[in-house]
Write a new protein. Structure first.
Ligand SMILES: Cc1cc2nc3c(=O)[nH]c(=O)nc-3n(C[C@H](O)[C@H](O)[C@H](O)COP(=O)(O)O)c2cc1C
Length: 572
């Protein structure tokens, strides 16, 4: 096969005519405005839960025989800092056992929970409403226990479902293109799973979840001595072709939408190409893809505005990766004694916080510091692009830090723009020279934090809560697909906070339900230059004693399919 790499790869999509670009910008802004929650009116949804059509959270492909993955007998021996740093994690070969461990530590089931009348699975990665719209695929390029090809990962069975097999020559070309061993890894979204519960706001939540899954996979890869490089030059259309979506008969409204494609390779290998030659994409897309996606619901509601924003935010080929990441030292604060795999496996969302637990200043700053991107450190060296998200903190119970409103700048280059956009009475005083944290306003904010987070008490009952403030208008006007990237970035920051909370003996919860403009009003924002896209809270958890817990794969020990088919996957 001759690989032709045209100098203007994907030129047809890169050169989107100005008018189309401006229509896409308008569609994104319209979606964003229409899906804001207001004190007096929530974003449109059914307003009730149609239990009869609750989507199955587990995709399976009918007609394919799952390739079962071996469960890990032992986790990698890695400390808390090894989640982030890449220096001590030893490289493990791309064997089926290690691929299994990668998936187990990133996207598998972490526990079953039940109370009378319902049973549900939790996963290593969190999801808004536990609905899990994110699906994942691995594309294996070399023979191990199974032939190479495109595989769907089933967290339910901890198994791979092969959709197509790659001829040997194709594998050789792909490996040759990347100059090193590894495999391709992809994430997709099923919008319907979230839309079933959340209506039009669902597109936002799907993208948060993608961000969480990227970070989750990035941490797991790091513990195996692997790194994920984002193939930012590959268009969504090409990802769909590589995954065989053009040859898949989807149930209407249950289509999977391509999100990311990346190459997973040894950590120490740099300069991985971020493209895929179009001839390779075309060769893959011509293969025979097998399997019929299972039906997730009998009936659906088609939220038109989600299709519109999905279309307006389709990613073309070729995108900029931004400036190189800084090589900054970590804040020298409190370390966790927990091992990295344990932190990953015990991650849970708190359903309620106790309103008394406090954390030290050192713990607080250590947690925030981990959200800063660093060269050669997971998860932000995935290189989504420049930092576009900062943290607006409501500090409630941090010893040595006055309660109040703070801004944590993940890139200080935005200092002047943010200061100019916010209330003029904010003081912008740094409590610690070593971290980019600024006091804006001093005073108790527990009630305000809960009020803007859809009146959810968890936002006021923790040590701190926060809103993630995105560089909004400029990003969307630059490229409408960045709307999705902004959410991914917030999800990645959220995943760091989830793990940091566990590492420091407290617990976190993502908060997708918040009143958008009241948060902006708190900051004094007068336009949509910056927007809050995601909230988070961290504090001492209150356990729900009514719940029973089972180990993650206890369901496979019995007659798996029969039992699984009888389960009702609902969370009360
Ligand atoms: C994007 C996102 C938004 C969320 N929003 C809320 C929320 O508004 N309120 C809440 O109590 N939990 C929220 N959660 C927590 C989920 O309900 C939780 O992740 C899910 O039930 C799975 O539980 P787990 O995190 O323990 O695995 C959110 C989680 C994510 C990822």
């Amino acid at each position: 096969m001759r690989i032709i790499e045209p100098p203007l790869l994907h030129d047809h999509v890169r050169d989107i005519p100005g008018r189309q670009q401006s229509r896409n910008v308008d569609a994104v802004i319209r979606y964003h405005e229409e899906t804001k929650h207001h004190f007096h009116r929530n974003a449109r949804s059914l307003g009730y839960l149609d239990w009869a059509n609750q989507p199955n959270p587990f995709r399976l492909y009918d007609g394919l025989t799952p390739v079962k993955l071996p469960f890990a007998t032992k986790d990698p021996h890695a400390f808390y800092m090894d989640l982030y740093e890449r220096t001590r994690n030893q490289f493990r070969h791309f064997s089926i056992e290690n691929l299994s461990l990668f998936l187990e530590l990133s996207l598998s089931i972490s526990a079953w929970k039940s109370m009378p009348g319902s049973t549900w699975a939790l996963r290593i990665n969190p999801s808004s409403g536990n609905l899990h719209p994110t699906e994942s695929y691995v594309i294996l390029l070399q023979q191990s226990d199974t032939d190479p090809g495109v595989f769907h990962y089933s967290p339910l069975l901890h198994a791979l479902e092969r959709r197509t097999q790659f001829p040997q020559k194709l594998c050789e070309y792909l490996r040759g293109h990347f100059h090193t061993d590894g495999f391709l890894f992809s994430l997709t979204s099923i919008f319907w799973r979230e839309a079933w519960k959340y209506g039009e706001r669902a597109f936002r939540y799907c993208n948060h979840d993608v961000g969480h899954a990227i970070a989750s996979a990035s941490f797991a890869a790091n513990l195996l001595g692997w790194k994920m490089t984002y193939l930012s030059d590959v268009s969504d259309e090409d990802i769909a072709r590589i995954l065989g979506f053009h040859r898949t008969q989807w149930v209407q409204c249950e289509e999977e939408h391509p999100e990311i494609l990346c190459y997973v390779h040894p950590s120490e290998v740099k300069d991985i190409p971020t493209n895929l030659p179009s001839e390779l994409v075309s060769r893959i897309s011509q293969l025979r893809f097998q399997g019929q996606p299972n039906r997730l619901s009998d009936d659906h509601v088609d939220w038109e505005i989600i299709s519109e924003v999905a279309k307006a935010t389709l990613k073309p080929g070729l995108s900029s990766q931004g400036k190189p990441l800084p090589d900054r030292p970590f804040y020298d604060g409190e370390q966790s004694r927990l091992e990295a795999p344990q932190i990953i496996r015990q991650r849970r969302s708190a359903v309620a916080l106790d309103g008394v637990t406090n954390i030290s200043k050192s713990q607080f700053l250590t947690m925030l510091d981990k959200t800063l991107p660093r060269d050669q450190c997971a998860p932000f060296d995935f290189k989504l692009g420049p930092v576009r998200v900062h943290l607006l903190l409501f500090v409630h119970r941090v010893r040595g830090v006055d309660p109040g409103l703070y801004m944590f700048l993940r890139d200080e280059a935005d200092f002047e723009r943010l200061r100019a956009a916010c209330r003029s009475e904010f003081v912008w005083k740094r409590p610690d020279e070593k971290v980019p944290l600024y006091l804006l306003w001093e005073g108790p904010l527990m009630r305000d934090a809960a009020a803007v987070s859809c009146q959810q008490e968890i936002a006021g009952d923790g040590a701190f809560s926060l809103g993630m403030i995105a560089d909004f208008r400029r990003s969307i006007e630059d490229a409408p697909f960045l709307y999705r990237h902004l959410y991914w970035e917030t999800g990645m920051v959220g995943q760091v906070l989830y793990l940091e909370a566990e590492a420091h003996g407290v617990r976190a919860t993502g908060i997708g339900c918040f009143f958008d403009d009241p948060v902006h009003h708190t900051m004094g924002l007068k336009d949509d230059q910056f927007q809050s896209l995601y909230h988070f809270t961290v504090g001492g958890p209150v356990e729900d004693e009514r719940l029973q817990t089972w180990p993650p794969y206890s369901h496979l020990k019995e007659d798996e399919r029969a039992r699984v088919q009888q389960m009702k996957f609902d969370e009360p």
